[in-house]
Design a binder for this molecule. Sequence first.
Ligand code: NDP
Length: 291
Amino acid sequence: MTKPLSGRTRVVAVFGYPVQHSLSPGMHNAAFQALELDYVYVPFNVHPDDLENALGGIRALGIVGANLTIPHKERAVELLDSVSPEALQIGSVNTVHNVDGILKGYSTDGEGFMRSLEAEGKSADGSRAVVLGAGGSARAVVHALAVHGAQVSVVNRTASRAVDLAEQLSGVLPGGRGSVRAIALDSTEARNAIEEADLLVNCTSVGMHPNTEEQPIPSEWLHDRLFVYDLIYNPLKTRLLEAAEAAGARGANGVGMLVYQGAISFEIWTGRKPPTEIMEQAITGARLGGR
Ligand code: NDP
């Protein structure tokens, strides 16, 4: 049963612009309710010019913490009191924790992706991975894969962005196992990299609602030795995932990453492990409801 709001209720926020379509309030409030925690998760539409004031508001209002989403993740790195080494390396913060007035920043996207991958029975260590895209989510995913020992090829439409990403992340990886290299999307090299890969991760927005007829690479590039992970969760089954299935490959959509990045944030704010099945139901229920 939902706890009634009271003077003791603790508040967690999400700042985005726009924030109206965020699935996080439903997901986190379902988890608070399941654990009977006296917390509430509230969305705030924060204009980019107001981010610094909004972060100050966390301190002033005694808010426990916040998620940051588009377009605030990068800018927040320089506005917080401290930032985790991982968030600093990726250059992005999606979780803020208010510890006695000190605002600490974290990035849970990469670890959320890894937990989701492991839940699918797929290990990154020693794998050959191709990541499509070089934007914000690709940075977190490439970093996590390489830190966990994968050989990563970053394939992007704008090749220079893939080169920049590979150079920056190669410079911060601990010595040894993982590696990152860059490849242009329209190239034989990209096709060859996918041919040799066992993991393909789509970190582009190609195929996302409303452009659901699109896919980021030709179906002929797919094969049955691949695990295809599409970060997109709207629709739940993209054209790419349909093509992967037709090629005999296993696959997963982005719901798992969304749930696990949220679960790690939840642990940071409350010190409790949330029920991930209930969080997943909250997301897929909202999706099936057409939101
Ligand atoms: P960004 O805008 O930062 O990056 C978008 C990427 O997509 C760029 O690499 C861009 O290439 C590429 N791209 C866009 N359009 C095309 C096109 N027509 N052809 C080829 N490449 C294209 O987005 P994010 O990284 O933030 O998000 C990417 C996707 O991941 C979104 O669908 C988002 O919903 C999803 N996501 C899911 C999460 C989850 O928890 N499941 C978490 C975060 C994101 P270029 O550099 O050439 O412009």
